[in-house]
Design a protein around this ligand. Structure first.
Ligand code: RET
Length: 281
């Protein structure tokens, strides 16, 4: 098949039917992947440098946040060089040919490297937020398990079959898991953050609200791009790129810079074992 425009390959006349169509990244998508890779490497260097300015006992947020951008750098390097991408059969479409009843298969790129990235980085992002709030270990653990279920069922959704309950079934399960994650942060997280004193409560509300908006955009993009395929592969790459930079690099810079000027935001691991027991029984 000959490439007719940037993101799809279609047969260009001649033999009707049978030529598959491939929906894949074009110039814009490929460039975007490289740009985000570079930004994540810069964030990795910046966050590591910031870690060295504080004593090692006070580096927990720095360590977690640096790991997040390291994993993002790795996954963007993979995707930019063509790793972690598979073609998934998405439909059988009627061909535009003079022969009646001819069809062709349509395949679309699935960037599964994202799910590998998210399965590690979203738990780490949650850990940052939970430690900031001062959530106890049991709640942190439940939030992280729900988050991992969300990402893995999202991966299954991405490879789910059309016209069966499979794809949107997995998507629904992932959304329920996402609600469990939100529940822990909005209900327990806010309550604990307010109890922590100082400016932690309002900072948690601000950075948590910022994360909530960004995180919620992911399933929306997924529904439009991967679920219903009403977005080109290039547009999908750009949309996730903007979200990833905001949710990882901007989030991380905001957290670390604020933390360095807000002593009361320090992680209190004593509360890891005990907080919440008295308030909930
Ligand atoms: C999927 C599809 C299935 C339904 C849901 C999803 C949620 C994904 C989220 C991803 C967050 C990613 C972040 C990346 C870091 O930069 C898997 C897209 C609910 C919430 C924050």
């Amino acid at each position: 098949a000959t490439t007719t425009h940037s993101h799809t390959s279609t047969p260009t006349g001649g033999m009707p039917g049978s030529y598959p169509e491939y929906q894949k990244a074009g110039e814009v998508g490929m460039r975007t992947l490289w740009v985000v890779f570079v930004l994540m490497v810069i964030a990795t260097i910046a966050f590591s440098a910031m870690a060295w300015t504080v004593p090692v006992q006070k580096r927990l947020y720095h360590v977690i946040t640096t790991m997040i951008v390291i994993f993002a750098s790795l996954s963007y390097f993979a995707m930019a060089t063509g790793h972690g991408i598979s073609y998934h059969h998405v439909e059988v479409r009627k061909s535009h040919s003079h022969m009646p009843d001819t069809t062709h298969d349509v395949y679309r790129e699935v960037y599964w490297a994202r799910y590998v990235d998210w399965s590690v980085t979203t738990p780490l992002l949650l850990l940052d937020l939970c430690l900031l709030a001062g959530l106890n270990g049991a709640h942190i653990f439940m939030a992280i398990v729900a988050d991992i279920i969300m990402i893995l069922t999202g991966l299954f959704a991405a490879f789910g079959s059309e016209n069966t309950p499979q794809k949107w079934g997995w998507y629904t399960i992932a959304c329920i898991a996402y609600l469990v994650v939100i529940w822990h942060l909005v209900i327990h997280g806010r309550q604990m953050a307010n109890q922590k004193g100082g400016k932690v409560g309002s900072f948690f509300t601000a950075i948590g609200g910022f994360s909530l908006i960004l995180w919620t955009a992911y399933p929306v993009i997924w529904g439009i791009a991967d679920g219903s395929r009403n977005m080109s592969v290039d547009a999908e790459i750009v949309a996730y790129a903007v979200l990833d930079v905001m949710a990882k690099a901007v989030f991380g810079a905001w957290l670390l810079l604020t933390h360095m000027n807000m002593p009361e935001s320090q992680v209190d691991l004593g509360g890891f074992w005990s907080h919440g027991l008295s308030s909930e029984g």
